[in-house]
Write a protein that binds this ligand. Structure first.
Ligand code: NAD
Length: 246
């Protein structure tokens, strides 16, 4: 049975680019997960079907463990088989200094980016164990190691947590042949920056990368799908920067 690719947050940005690229990189079955943007998810699914792939659209708030469990039950019923997970759904915090890091704000970004990603991995690994294995790529960020004074320290901290989680999970699952890696994008042109509050300034930061420009969602998607592919069969426990040299 061909492998199944589940991309969380696949209605837009890096997730949508990854789902759309999947058929040409060897995945003929893709689960398009979304949180709120049903129309965006259906548009991605339509493109996948036009490319000859099967597409299943599923919804869940990634910060809600019960919603993740229900989603995985739906996937198991409708699309069994080895599962590759792109743990991509995430939010960014607005810019701000220490005084802006209210408990509510910090809790929310950790709930989505860390608790959500860990719970998603837990559910996906249970699925992999029941369906002949799979692999995982977590979405981190170059912010995990660069930090971001007065920008979004809490967001950067969630990505540091994702890096540590990736290393530990890769250790635990290696004996089962489940490879776990993270991709750390630099400044990538997606709508996430509009939500972060200052798209123009963020684009300027993109131009400070040694390669002199922001990256595209498609360039990140290529790295994600390579890590999940058999071509990267000896690569696990790797945190791969796709940051234009930042
Ligand atoms: P985006 O905002 O375009 O996409 C994020 C997706 O996650 C959206 O589809 C959104 O609906 C989904 N999502 C958010 N909260 C959710 C929730 N609670 N439940 C379900 N879905 C939820 O952003 P993007 O730039 O494509 O980011 C994708 C990933 O890449 C994120 O983890 C982000 O932190 C990471 N990243 C992005 C950049 C960048 O410059 N764009 C840089 C480094 C890391």
């Amino acid at each position: 049975m061909s492998r199944l690719l589940l991309v969380t947050g696949a209605s837009a940005g890096i997730g949508a680019a990854t789902a759309r690229l999947a058929p040409s990189r060897g995945w003929s079955r893709v689960v398009v997960h979304y949180g709120r943007d049903h129309a965006g998810a259906e548009a991605v699914a339509a493109d996948l079907r036009a490319a000859g792939a099967e597409a299943l659209v599923v919804q869940a708030d990634i910060a809600d463990p019960a919603a993740i469990a229900a989603m995985m039950a739906q996937v198991a019923a409708q699309a069994p088989g080895p599962l590759d997970l792109v743990n991509n759904a995430g939010i960014v915090s607005p810019t701000g200094s220490l005084a802006d890091l209210t408990p509510e704000r910090v809790r929310r970004v950790f709930e989505v980016n860390v608790f959500g990603a860990i719970e998603m991995a837990r559910a996906a690994v249970a699925y992999m164990r029941a369906h002949d294995g799979g692999g995982i790529v977590n979405l981190s960020s170059v912010a995990a190691r660069l930090g971001s004074a007065r920008q979004y320290m809490d967001y950067a901290a969630t990505k540091g947590a994702i890096d540590s989680f990736t290393l530990g999970l890769a250790d635990e699952l290696a004996a089962e042949g489940i490879r776990v890696n993270a991709v750390r994008p630099g400044l990538i042109e997606t709508a996430i920056h509009a939500k972060g509050g200052e798209p123009v300034r963020m684009t300027r930061i993109g131009h400070t990368a040694p390669l002199g420009r922001p990256g595209s969602a498609e360039e990140v998607a290529e790295a994600i799908l390579w890590l999940l592919s058999d071509r990267a069969g000896y690569v696990t426990r790797t945190l791969l920067d796709v940051g234009g040299g930042r």
